[in-house]
Structures are given as structure tokens and as C-alpha cells.
Write a protein of this length. Structure first.
Length: 116
């Protein structure tokens, strides 16, 4: 399964994404974020897609959709929205649903990586 994760604001949220990447078994990892998120690094390979998180909701949803189109191989993805705010979450979830692709929320807990 492919992991899609948003790298945005939120104290400690990048650590959640990093842990998901490290402890999960992913066919592909795609990270989305603003210009500042280009600094993110990890030992596992990932594709970074830069987006303008300052856009209005509908424009952000369209940007996510356009930039993700053709990049997802399966019919379902694991999604982490531990990072970011409600507007960004709504835009990303809407973009994925409209591609269309199914979503399983992924989180890293003390018990390991879980689906929600």
C-alpha cells in the first residue's frame, strides 16, 4: 500500500510522519507540503510534491488532485493527516476521493502502525 502524508504545521507532527515511514511497510511514499517542507529528510525513499498551502480551500483541493493524478498505483492509500489544519485536511481528503482512490487513515502508536 502507498503512504500519502501531509507535511505542514503542528508541533511533533513531522515526527509522526517520520515514524510512519520508518515502521510501516510501504510500496511507495508520497509527501505533500509547502516550500518549508522541502527540508524534510528520511532514510527511506519518498517523493515530495510541493503545494501552496496558502491557497483557498477549493484551489488547494484542485492542486492536490492535479499533482497526485497518475502518481498513485493502487486503488487505496494509507493517509496521514497528523500534520496540518482542517482546511488542508479537507482539501487533501477531497482530492483523493475525487481521483478516485480509497483511503485508510494510518497512525503510529505504541503498538506500531495501525489503520483507523
Amino acid at each position: 500500500m502507498e503512504l500519502i502524508a501531509l507535511l505542514s504545521s503542528g508541533q511533533g507532527s513531522w515526527a509522526q510522519v517520520s515514524g510512519l515511514m520508518k515502521y510501516g511497510e510501504w510500496d511507495k511514499i508520497i509527501l505533500l507540503g509547502g516550500d518549508f517542507a522541502k527540508k524534510f529528510s528520511h532514510e527511506k525513499n519518498f517523493e515530495f510534491i510541493q503545494v501552496d498551502l496558502n491557497k483557498r480551500l477549493k484551489e488547494l483541493q484542485q492542486e492536490f488532485k492535479n499533482k497526485l493524478k497518475g502518481k498513485i498505483d493502487g486503488t487505496e492509500v494509507a493517509l496521514s493527516i497528523a500534520s496540518g489544519d482542517g482546511k488542508e485536511h479537507m482539501a487533501l481528503i477531497s482530492a483523493l476521493i475525487n481521483l478516485p482512490v480509497g483511503i485508510r487513515f494510518a497512525a503510529l502508536t505504541k503498538e506500531g502502525v495501525i489503520d483507523l
